[in-house]
Write a protein that binds this ligand. Structure first.
Ligand code: HEC
Length: 109
């Protein structure tokens, strides 16, 4: 109740602000996130039923389009809702999700 924030919410919103204040690029942020959170299932030999090697920038960018993700809702929906959530265990932090959003806004540098 009330307007007090927990320490965790506070640091997460500071982190989101930091992300929004700079350009997010594949090299600076996204490649490392994919290696840490996606590569086990989406590496050079994708683990079925996963089909795609998403350690490849061009392939990852394609999946931002829901039209490309024919059997799924599109990458940002997967990252932000429980509709075919990725990673399936929901381990991506709000701040890391913000990096995937900001990368698109910045034009996928
Ligand atoms: C524990 C394994 C696992 C991890 C980790 C994982 N995924 Fe997936 N992913 C799957 C499975 C299984 C599917 C196929 C079922 C589906 O479409 O929901 C899939 C499907 C996808 C698809 C549709 C293309 C395809 O390969 O079939 C995208 C895009 C995707 N995941 C993105 C991601 C991203 C981005 C991350 C990291 C932030 C991630 N996933 C982490 C298991 C995983």
């Amino acid at each position: 109740m009330g307007c007090f924030k927990t320490g965790e919410e506070e640091s997460s919103s500071q982190c989101v602000q930091e992300v929004r204040s700079r350009t997010i690029s594949w090299d600076s942020d996204i490649q490392g996130l994919v290696q840490q959170h996606c590569q086990n299932c989406h590496g050079s030999t994708p683990q079925p039923p996963a089909t795609q090697n998403l350690t490849n920038k061009n392939t990852l960018v394609l999946y931002y389009s829901d039209a490309h993700d024919v059997n799924g809702p599109g990458l940002l929906i997967r990252l932000t809702t429980n509709n075919q959530r990725m990673p399936p265990d929901g381990s991506l932090s709000p701040c890391d999700v913000e990096k995937f959003k900001k990368w698109q806004e910045d034009g996928f540098p």
